[in-house]
Design a protein around this ligand. Structure first.
Ligand code: MG
Length: 391
């Protein structure tokens, strides 16, 4: 079997979903996805010459070939592009051998994958709202009440784990660059967390994402104040380039710390693991290097008893790649689901193998490869302007 072509197209969802398709001389094709927000889609043309004529079933060797072809440079866009290809190769390999991708990775630990609903910044997206905190009136922010309403709605849908953004526009901050938080700002963020916890009760797992906003000292101040709310994790309270700084936050924080969505390749995670810089790691399968690389990151983290909660903002293609690898690792915690507000998300896939999120779980598909086939008509409806359908 030989690779004959590699193409991509972009769908317009809540992110740009860059879908990769790899073609073979035996008529079997494979699907993958490249992380949005990188130029990985444009880089695909650089990878293509290294793939043509190769046997797509030599997945690990082809990963090595692509990675080595660019001097093992660990740019996120290159790794994102490789991730899309690597996933498509697993899809082909599974189809060629008529088994799900997880079978080729050592088999499964579980039949369904627990997901958490990403709730962004509450119900108030769009229209501006006004909030009073003592003498201060805030405009254009999402209120604690909006957070609580969203939390109740998502809980009623059956999710038992949710995540919100905690890094809203700061109307208190005196300086937008130094990562420092005043007391009013701190109290406001604690109020958001409190409102969500009160809304859902004690048994729903709740995480908050800070998107790399704070200094070490203020990350620790914030974490200290959040201790009573029994959070699943506090995500990226500081920038993630410096594993020692993250380790300091982690060791001082009474709340578990999660990081990793910006890291790529097993090498990018090595220091985080060795310094035990986080309590939960969140590689993104569409950026970290694909299915096999995510499993290698998971295996290394498991030696330090650190669970994985893969970051995921993907279409059903990337999500099902994450589902496949999540089934194969012992230290899987739960997977992000970022498309809860997009009713047509699952319809991009034909009914057989379509990912259905039920009670906060996605069933492991039983079909070969990733176990999915795109619904071309639905794909056509959501092509980004200038993108062509894949043959
Ligand atoms: Mg995040």
């Amino acid at each position: 079997m030989k690779i004959t072509d590699v193409r991509s197209t972009t769908l317009e969802g809540n992110f740009d979903w860059i879908i990769v398709k790899v073609y073979t001389d035996e008529g079997i094709t494979g699907l993958g996805e490249i992380y949005a927000g990188t130029i990985g889609g444009d880089m695909l043309r650089l990878l293509k010459p290294f793939l043509l004529g190769e046997d797509p079933r030599d997945v690990d060797r082809l990963y090595w070939k692509l990675y080595s072809a660019f001097q093992r440079e660990t740019g996120a866009s290159l790794l994102a592009s490789i991730s899309g290809v690597e996933t498509a190769l697993w899809d082909i390999a599974g189809k060629a051998m008529k088994v799900p991708a997880y079978r080729l990775l050592g088999g499964k630990y579980r039949d369904e994958i627990r997901v958490y609903a990403d709730c962004a910044a509450g119900e108030g997206d769009g229209p501006e709202e006004e909030i009073r905190l003592g003498p201060v009136v805030l405009k254009g922010v999402h209120t604690p009440e909006a957070y609580a309403a969203k939390a109740r709605k998502v809980k009623a849908q059956g999710f038992d784990a949710i995540k919100f953004d905690l890094d809203l526009p700061d109307h208190f901050k005196q300086d937008r660059y130094n990562g420092c938080m005043g007391n009013e700002d701190l109290r406001y963020r604690v109020k958001l967390v409190e409102s969500v916890r009160e809304a859902v009760g004690g048994n729903i797992e709740v995480a908050f994402d800070c998107h790399w906003q704070y200094s070490v000292k203020d990350a620790i101040r914030l974490a200290d104040r959040l201790e009573p709310y029994d959070l699943l994790w506090l995500e990226d309270p500081i920038h993630s380039e410096n594993a020692k700084a993250m380790a300091k936050v982690s060791k001082r924080s009474p709340v578990p710390i999660c990081t990793g969505e910006h890291k790529v390749s097993r090498h990018g995670f090595r220091e985080l693991v060795e310094y035990q810089a986080a309590d939960v790691l969140s590689p993104d399968v569409q950026k970290a290097g694909g299915i096999s690389e995510t499993k290698k990151i998971a295996d290394y983290a498991d030696q330090y008893y650190i669970p994985l909660a893969p970051h995921n903002i993907a279409s059903p293609v990337g999500t099902m790649a994450a589902v496949q690898v999540s089934a194969t690792i012992p230290n899987f915690l739960l997977l992000e689901y970022h498309a809860n507000d997009i009713p047509w998300w699952g319809k991009l896939v034909k009914p057989k193998g379509r990912p259905v999120v039920k009670n906060g779980r996605i069933a492991l598909p039983t079909g070969p490869g990733l176990g999915i086939e795109l619904d071309e008509e639905e794909v056509q409806r959501h092509l980004k302007k200038g993108s062509k359908p894949l043959p």
